[in-house]
Design a binder for this molecule. Structure first.
Ligand SMILES: Nc1ncnc2c1ncn2[C@@H]1O[C@H](COP(=O)(O)OP(=O)(O)OP(=O)(O)O)[C@@H](O)[C@H]1O
Ligand SMILES: [Mg+2]
Length: 346
């Protein structure tokens, strides 16, 4: 079996699925994981979508959390699932980059730090990328499949490591960290504009917390920055494959066009398009009795053909696969298995 989907699952170390709400990103992410597991690979599907669809889709209910959970499947490899927990990921990053447990404690106990994961949307983006990096380097797994949230901002996590690296290089941040190192107090008149600038970003209530937070970094910022650059390199690396899931609805196609162009703008190649929820094609017998079904199927084909042409114009090497709209929702391994079969068929 060497279809485009099979090859992608066999050779990638990271697969990212993009697409708008309801097209079947989560289901397709799980199906790709199963394809890889059937090849003998150990795949983990990471959902950064706060909705718990992945857990529901494979019948795990509320048991999926930050730590990967193994899912029973009929394959020589392994299928695991995990859900991004921003706070747990951030805590793990602090603990692993701190010089010693005392420094980790100082940062973790800082009230500003505690509020950071809720207050800044950029934190969530970066932690998604950070979590991906950790799982990609986890010896338990050969492949990480990322199921992104159904919004355009889903791709923000791609740029977040560079943004964090730039932030840590910012003169104000470096000054504050250096001050913390020297044990100096922020009181001098020279510091006032700096403090005001930070206050504008984090709000005056959080200001003293932000300042002491950065001061407690003391060396960690270097580790953070190196880490962010490693995460950025992983996302841009050859082993990372980007896919778009699309269904034949007007809004889904509009959003998919946007993802296709955004990937180009970011200089990232799209490897695979998964056309999902495609209405089945009927033979002549059905056409005679239900002309409406045929018209629906033809309209879907026309919409998808247009999308395919535009996509191949922008990403000439992208491959296309598809799966039909099943008679019922996908809510268990049997449904994921059917989807995996279709996506990896010729
Ligand atoms: N090929 C298919 N046939 C029938 N139902 C499908 C198919 N693919 C997905 N579904 C159903 O469509 C719904 C949305 O699927 P899924 O949750 O995978 O999409 P999503 O893109 O991840 O959605 P969201 O953006 O809301 O997270 C689910 O109820 C799922 O069971
Ligand atoms: Mg989803």
């Amino acid at each position: 079996m060497s279809t485009a989907t099979a090859r992608l699952c066999a050779t990638s170390s990271v697969i990212v699925t993009c697409g708008t709400g309801g097209v079947g990103k989560t289901s397709c992410a799980a199906a790709l994981g199963l394809v890889a597991a059937r090849q003998g690979r150990r795949a983990v599907v990471l959902t950064i979508d706060p909705a718990r669809r992945l857990a529901d889709a494979i019948g795990l209910g509320g048991t999926v959390a930050n730590e990967p959970v193994r899912v029973e499947c009929d394959a020589p490899g392994e299928l695991w699932v995990a859900m991004l927990d921003v706070q747990a990921t951030f805590d793990g990053l602090v603990t692993s980059t701190a010089r010693d447990p005392q420094q980790a404690r100082r940062v973790l106990d800082n009230p500003f730090y505690r509020g950071l994961s809720q207050s800044l949307s950029g934190t969530r983006d970066y932690m998604a990328a950070e979590r991906l990096h950790t799982l990609a380097n986890d010896p338990r797994f050969d492949l990480v499949i990322v199921d992104t949230p159904p919004t355009r901002s889903a791709l923000d996590f791609l740029e977040s490591p560079e943004r964090l690296a730039r932030f840590l290089q910012h003169p104000v941040v470096r000054l504050l960290v250096a001050q913390g190192r020297g044990g100096l107090r922020i009181a001098g008149a020279a510091m006032q504009p700096v403090v005001r600038a930070i206050g504008k970003v984090v709000g005056s209530d959080a200001l003293s917390g932000a300042v002491s937070f950065l001061q407690s970094f003391d060396g960690m910022e270097v580790q953070f920055r190196e880490r962010a650059l490693a995460v950025a390199a992983l996302l841009r690396g050859d082993g990372t494959s980007f896919t778009v899931v699309v269904s034949p609805a007007a809004d889904a196609v509009t959003e998919a066009d946007w993802f296709v162009n955004e990937l180009r703008r970011l200089g990232i190649d799209l490897r695979l398009v998964m056309e999902n929820r495609v209405p089945p094609v009927f033979g002549e017998g059905v056409a005679a009795v239900f002309p409406g079904l045929v018209a629906e199927s033809e309209a879907a084909e026309a919409v998808l053909a247009g999308f395919r042409n535009r996509t191949l114009g922008v990403h000439p090497d992208a491959r296309v696969t598809r799966a039909a709209e099943a008679a019922s929702d996908i809510h268990d391994m049997a449904g994921i298995t059917r989807l995996a079969d279709e996506l990896s068929a010729g």
